[in-house]
Design a protein around this ligand. Structure first.
Ligand SMILES: Nc1nc2c(c(=O)[nH]1)N[C@H]1C(S)=C(S)[C@@H](COP(=O)(O)O)O[C@H]1N2
Ligand SMILES: [Mo]
Length: 309
């Protein structure tokens, strides 16, 4: 059985309904008084206040988040991952960390996650296809892991690889992509506090269709940078190969920062469709760096973002 190790008390990450109710309560008039009356429950709720990096935007439902996915290892339709990912074996799971590090090795998932503080990070998530969601990830900063394995001074990039297991991943029995799916970040992007390795959503271990047991989340970049089901992390001197960038470099840049002013060659990036049932579904303007400009714009100071898209 897959075991989910967390340092959070169960009360810290609550199911959506309870969390939303509590938040409404806390922000409503008289919320403080009510919270006092509710005693233990309300106290636990205070512990669950989103981290300073969380958005106040309304999270999507677990249904939205787990039924509309991109995970080409399981097929190219949005419904394929939910249909096929249950077959993926995620325990045991090892992540090889190699390249320019002090402590290379094959690390068990449990070793990677034991002793780390898991946080709830409610992030906007913007796919390059111009749809978006708000997702309450559970995870830890990639920088914590980099510190633990010790990055050598020559390292300038971090490369990531997804599992290759065609027996369990039907999409990998086709040549739609060149497997393994790979991605990469500049080291300063990888070390940025917004960059996390996520191991859950809401209070659940990572659903398989979302990249169990561990995936990257870089909220200011288009979704394809947030590589799923990671089995290798390498510290490199040179810019690593990235699946979509190699496939169509004029369409998908190495950086792929969300940018409403730089259109995809085949569609506008100025706005996005927020996934959500019924009336919640809406068209909205896309924000520079997906709304994280205050935190990350300095990483790209002086760069021509139309050239380094
Ligand atoms: N290994 C792997 N990682 C991947 C993908 C993929 O096909 N394979 N798709 C990417 C794309 S295009 C997006 S938008 C997000 C979708 O994440 P979600 O399904 O959890 O919303 O995963 C990204 N990570
Ligand atoms: Mo995407």
């Amino acid at each position: 059985m897959f075991r989910f190790k967390t340092n959070l008390k169960p009360s810290d990450v609550t199911p959506k309904a309870a969390w939303l109710n509590r938040r409404a309560l806390m922000t409503g008039a008289g919320g403080a008084a009510l919270a006092g009356m509710l005693g233990g429950t309300a106290r636990a709720g205070l512990d669950a206040v989103p981290s300073r990096y969380s958005t106040a935007a309304e999270p999507n439902s677990l249904d939205d988040i787990t039924q509309y996915n991109n995970f080409y290892e399981f097929g190219t339709r949005k419904t394929d991952p939910a249909r096929h990912a249950h077959a993926l074996t995620t325990d045991p799971w090892q992540v090889t960390i190699d390249g320019l590090v002090d402590k290379p090795g094959a690390y068990d998932f449990d070793d990677l996650t034991s002793g780390v503080t898991l946080e709830q990070r409610i992030y906007r998530f913007r796919c390059v296809e111009a749809w978006s969601m708000v997702i309450p990830w559970v995870g830890f900063q990639l920088s914590d892991l980099l510190d633990r394995v010790g990055v050598l001074p020559e390292a300038r990039y971090v490369a990531f690889e997804t599992l290759v297991r065609p027996e369990e991943m039907p999409g990998q029995r086709t040549r739609i992509l060149d497997w393994p799916y790979t991605e990469g970040l500049r080291l300063d992007e990888a070390r940025h506090p917004l960059t996390i390795l996520a191991t859950g959503i809401y209070d659940e271990p990572m659903p398989k269709q979302n990249g169990a047991p561990i995936r990257l989340v870089v909220p200011w970049k288009y979704g394809f940078k947030s590589i799923k089901s990671i089995v290798r992390i390498s510290l490199t001197r040179d810019e690593p190969p990235c699946t979509w960038n190699l496939l169509a470099p004029n369409e998908y840049g190495f950086y792929s920062n969300v940018n409403p002013n730089v259109d995809h060659p085949r569609w506008s990036q100025a706005s996005e469709r927020r996934i959500g049932g019924g009336l919640l579904s809406s068209r909205q303007p896309t924000l520079m760096f997906n709304g994280y400009a205050d935190e990350v714009a300095h990483l790209y100071a002086g760069m021509d973002l139309t050239k380094h898209f």
